[in-house]
Design a protein around this ligand. Structure first.
Ligand SMILES: Cc1ncc(COP(=O)(O)O)c(C=O)c1O
Length: 379
């Protein structure tokens, strides 16, 4: 089936008891057993829940993976991947990632004897050079958050496979509608479902999709053993959100293309970061591995004061963390999403104090441009 058909139907049968078209919210913690050892495949809701299972089957189909495992947040999904590691293992990872991922790696996992090397994964030679005999995982985002650095997923997958490591890709920004890392050779795709997959800013969740048999088996064990599972209502909200993912992503993309072009022509701004702009250094590569550019844009206002003045004036663009909802948001990465990244590290990736990030929603683009125009008039 096509992507839009799968988004609406994959993993979802009409309810066998009532015929309900929409998968019910199975708000239960346990299931009655017919006799000792005989049940309908559901024993306890940390281990299995029908609403969660429908979501997992749906997202596995959309990412083209064998299995998906849902978690209570994007961070717990990323943590589940980290449970595939042991003390003494080494990870090569992108030097520009969501700040919370860096915080998990640096402030939690290093304490358990896992080592990390941060590298520009758009530089293949540097990435290859960062590998050690103990490297078990290559973890990447493309385009990165927030300066939109694009890495070659096919080449990273080939490198990881050649060195006997797993490639995991945080695909939150693109969603499987625009980019399917598993089809390009990655072993694992991970998402904060809080963002575009849910799309309505009304829950927090995560998912890992696996195409690697050993990881699939371990992730299933970890999901139950660690227990960071999402509640059924949150799973249902993502399932509902995903039904409109293709139409939402088309609109995010169209609005963001128009706004990025407008920002690039604005005389008061420094660099504008959006992979859809033809002069973006990763534009051609991104086009070779994704079918759209998404709704995330960053732009340099020049200083903290100028950035703060823009944030203060924005009205329709609401000042808030997060991204990927139908409504437009504006944020300041240096003090918000990436506050846990040290300044020297931030500056290496262009994450200056004046950088402003916007998540372009699906409102009327004329209204969004008008709001930015009045907000940027202070520059
Ligand atoms: C790219 C990316 N990955 C992971 C996360 C973490 O997800 P969550 O906030 O759902 O734990 C975020 C959150 O902003 C993100 O932007």
């Amino acid at each position: 089936m096509g992507f839009s058909t799968d988004a609406i139907h994959a993993g979802q049968e009409p309810d066998p008891t009532t015929g309900a078209v929409t998968v019910p919210i199975y708000q239960t913690s346990t299931y009655v057993q017919e006799e000792l050892g005989r049940h309908k495949g559901f024993e306890y809701a940390r281990t299995q829940n029908p609403t969660r299972l429908a979501l997992e089957r749906n997202l596995a189909a959309l990412e083209g993976g064998a299995r998906a495992f849902a978690f209570s947040s994007g961070m717990s999904a990323i943590s589940a991947i980290c449970y595939l590691l042991r003390a003494g293992d080494h990870v090569v990872t992108s030097f520009n990632m969501y700040g919370g991922t860096v915080r998990l790696f640096e402030k939690v996992l290093t304490g358990y004897g896992v080592g990390f090397t941060y590298v520009d994964t758009s530089d293949l030679a540097a990435t290859a050079a960062a590998f050690r005999p103990t490297t078990r995982l290559l973890f990447a985002e493309t385009p990165t958050n927030p300066t939109m650095i694009v890495s070659d997923l096919r080449a990273l997958a080939a490198l990881a496979r050649e060195r006997g490591a797993l490639l995991a890709v945080d695909n939150t920004f693109m969603t499987p509608y625009f980019q399917r890392p598993l089809a390009l050779g990655a072993h694992l795709a991970v998402h904060s479902t809080t963002k575009y997959l849910n799309g309505h800013s009304d829950m927090v969740g995560g998912v890992v999709v696996s195409n690697d048999p050993a990881s699939t088996e371990r992730l299933q064990f970890v999901q139950n053993a660690v227990g960071a599972v999402p509640g059924p209502f949150d799973c249902w909200l993502v399932l509902r959100g995903v039904k409109t993912l293709p139409v939402r992503m088309e609109r995010h993309n169209r609005n963001a293309m128009e706004i990025a072009g407008w920002l690039a022509r604005h005389p008061g701004l420094g660099r504008v970061y959006y992979p859809g702009l033809p002069d973006h250094p990763g534009h051609a590569l991104h086009k070779s591995q994704a079918s759209g550019f998404g709704g995330m844009i960053a732009f340099d206002t020049g200083s903290l004061e100028r950035g703060a003045a823009v944030l203060r004036r924005a009205r329709l663009f609401a000042l808030a963390e997060s991204l990927g909802g139908v409504e437009s948001l504006i944020s300041h990465p240096a003090t918000m999403t990436h506050a846990s990244v040290p300044r020297e590290e931030r500056e290496k990736i262009g994450l200056t104090d004046g950088l402003v990030r916007i998540s372009v929603g699906i409102e009327d683009v004329e209204d969004l441009v008008a709001d930015l125009e009045q907000a940027l008039s202070v520059l």
